[in-house]
Design a protein around this ligand. Sequence first.
Ligand code: ZN
Length: 318
Amino acid sequence: MDIDTFHWLEMELEALSLAQREVVLSRLQTMATRDNNQRLIEERIGVHAHCPHCAGDRVVKFGHTQGQQRYRCKNCRRTFIALTGTPFVRLRDKAKLLEQAACMAEGLTIRKTAARVGLSVDRAFRWRHCFLAYLQQQKPTELTGIVEADETFFRRSFKGQRKGLPRAAKKRGGPIKGSRQGEHIPVLITLQRGSRMEYDAILEKRTKRKITAALRPALSRDAVLSSDGNESYRFAARKLGIQSGCFVAHEQRHGAGTWHVQNVNAYDSRLKTWMYRFHGVATKYLANYLGWRRLLDRCKDMATPQQFLFHALRTEYQ
Ligand SMILES: [Zn+2]
């Protein structure tokens, strides 16, 4: 728009009625959201674009497709967009990604999300798990200093699954009666004390070997493991060649002095309180929800929609 027309437009704004102002304001907000949305998507490609087909780095801009910048690889000659190879590539209405991110940053339920974004409940659910596909992979590695570790448990759930159930479906939200073997999924939670760097891993079994394998990528060589004295952690520390300290769980419930797992317990409590709104999550999606919670916790529950979308578009922890 040329400068004279813009001045004219600016002056004309004064003539708007209150109701008309609201219409214009809402139009501008939508436009700003769409631009933010597009900018975040394009930034995914970064300054040095790599081809998602052959990983080649000789990439040139190659027109547009459906409102998205298209690129072409000079190596394999194939074209791609910033979302090629991501779970988002096939989603229609990409202009709504930021609104979905806003709902997820607030931890809204699927029904509220569907109503706010303007998607059906089924689509809002699929979108949620597109967002979580990368978040669940993002975990800190090489934790250092004092690292607390403990396990927590989630009830095994076949929620949403109608075929091939091993037992009659349970009514949701019922009390946990007498924990039978296999009814609960153990999850190892580890965090670097004094930080919001949380690492978790769903354990197939609660054995010392599985716990050691789960801890291996999380710890740096100079980490000092603080635990409740369960033999598995002493075994893991020996195997991984790191120092460890512990307290005796039945004497000091939460530990004392340096050796405690109070930060892990506090994280577990935030996690469970937050998950309560979902009325139990299907075990096959548990890793997704853990990834979601890790991101919210890192942002101290103040993630902006832009931050949320930024991370959801990436595989690396950053
Ligand atoms: Zn290529």
